[in-house]
Design a protein around this ligand. Structure first.
Ligand SMILES: Nc1ncnc2c1ncn2[C@@H]1O[C@H](COP(=O)(O)OP(=O)(O)OP(=O)(O)O)[C@@H](O)[C@H]1O
Length: 213
């Protein structure tokens, strides 16, 4: 991980716009939906930035643009040489593969080698509290178990910028508290975190700065 000053800008968004083509069936022309428009801000090294907004405000879309998963239709995202990975609870896992293999694949997508992920597997297993379930296919997991796996992988294999989409809002109360405590440690370290949340109070509690969409 890179260390540096808190006033280093590591990613800049300049007037970013994203629109989606919406199909209207066979006999009508598609139209366009402007999911994001004119978004400009800087992300500083080491900060924890909360992104809030109502359903459909474009929060998940914004994280995808920052992660480079989708390209903006206007404006630009300038990455000053950092890795940014998106953690969501819905996507990313192969249900047929066991938790361990999913952790390895996830880590490799963030630029780690298999050996590097394996070296952290005991920590991931312990934090997630999945135990022997780590050897079971992810399709047999409950949604809470999936979120524990995703969160634990992200915590132990952090890219320079960790993009978290609603990951603190699931799981049982106990795990949520443990996850939040772990997040607080990251926040007080060099780790840069962008956190999307429906909960304004959670953002107030966890983040140093917030952006409303
Ligand atoms: N692939 C897509 N094709 C068409 N429209 C899309 C697509 N992805 C998102 N949208 C639309 O863009 C808007 C923003 O979606 P996004 O998922 O970014 O919102 P959000 O703020 O994360 O919402 P939520 O709080 O409900 O998770 C929504 O109106 C959604 O319908």
């Amino acid at each position: 991980m890179m260390s540096g000053q808190k006033d280093d800008v590591i990613i800049s968004l300049r007037d970013v716009g994203v629109r989606f083509k919406r199909r209207k069936g066979l006999f009508r022309k598609p139209d366009y939906y402007q999911a994001l428009e004119g978004i400009s801000f800087d992300i500083y090294r080491g900060e924890t930035l909360g992104i809030v907004g109502r359903n459909g405000a474009g929060k998940s879309t914004l994280l995808k643009v920052i992660a480079g998963i989708i390209q903006p239709d206007s404006g630009e995202v300038i990455n000053h040489g950092v890795t940014a990975s998106l953690l969501t609870l819905q996507a990313g896992f192969d249900g047929e593969l066991p938790g361990t293999d999913n952790a390895i694949v996830g880590g490799m997508l963030m630029g780690y080698t298999r050996k590097q992920v394996e070296a952290r597997m005991d920590d991931i297993r312990e934090f997630s509290e999945l135990g022997d379930f780590m050897e079971q296919p992810v399709k047999t997991y409950s949604s809470g178990m999936r979120s524990r796996l995703g969160f634990s992988v992200a915590m132990y294999l952090s890219p320079d910028v960790l993009l978290l989409d609603e990951v603190l809002s699931v799981g049982d109360k106990e795990f949520k508290q443990k996850a939040e405590a772990e997040m607080m440690k990251k926040i007080h370290s060099d780790q840069t975190v962008l956190l999307v949340s429906h909960s304004e109070s959670q953002v107030e509690r966890v983040c140093e700065r917030k952006i409303a969409l």
